[in-house]
Design a protein around this ligand. Structure first.
Ligand code: IMP
Ligand code: MG
Length: 181
């Protein structure tokens, strides 16, 4: 285990079985639909989750990417997010979009993005998150597909970072508080 990690929260094996279950739920819900199923990866934290999830889905699926960041996180409650890379599809009205996110905290990012993609004309918009911290919610938002609820601890690994570090760890671990305090 990495020296800066206090405890492994989800092992590689646990992550594998969580993602297998999520892929099964998506297969069940999107089988036989005539739209284009698009997994929309929210960069950068969702890349590892996205890669594993798409391999396990058996219905035809396309992928796309967006990059977003919170405006003045921690200091403002406007809930505005900055879109650094937008989805750019001419056929968005044919797309059943599933936003693939690493973790939900306040709920602002996914709440905003869901509305944004609906306004852009997507045929449908659902959300799928690997991790959820329900106790941290600041806006009323629930994902359609949730891998695992976790306590209010700062976690890294499996794509998630602290200051761009630890994304490559193969597990989700709780970061030692002394690393960020
Ligand atoms: P929200 O808009 O507050 O729900 O923020 C979600 C975003 O905050 C995620 O995409 C992550 O980038 C980041 N985040 C929230 N909690 C954690 C954590 O424990 N570790 C790493 N990133 C986190
Ligand atoms: Mg992040």
């Amino acid at each position: 285990m990495h020296n800066d990690i206090k405890r492994v929260l989800l092992s590689e094996e646990e992550l594998e079985s969580i993602i297998t279950r999520l892929a099964g739920e998506l297969d069940r819900d999107y089988a036989g639909r005539d739209g284009r199923l698009v997994l929309l990866c929210i960069l950068k934290g969702s890349v590892v989750f996205m890669g594993e999830l798409m391999k396990k889905i058996t219905v035809p699926v396309e992928i796309d990417f967006m990059k977003v960041s919170s405006y003045g996180a921690g200091t403002t409650t406007t809930g505005n997010i900055h879109i650094a890379l937008d989805i750019n599809r001419k056929d968005i009205e044919c797309c059943d979009i599933v936003i693939v996110e690493d973790i939900i905290d306040s709920g602002r990012t996914l709440s905003h993005l869901s509305k944004y993609l609906t306004l852009k004309g997507a045929r449908s918009v659902k959300t799928c998150t690997l991790l959820d911290k329900p106790s941290r919610r600041e806006v009323d938002f629930e994902a359609d597909y949730v891998g695992c609820n976790i306590p209010d601890e700062f976690v890294v690994g499996y794509g998630l970072d602290y200051d761009e570090r630890y994304r490559a760890l193969p597990y989700v671990g709780i970061l030692k508080p002394e690393v960020y305090m």
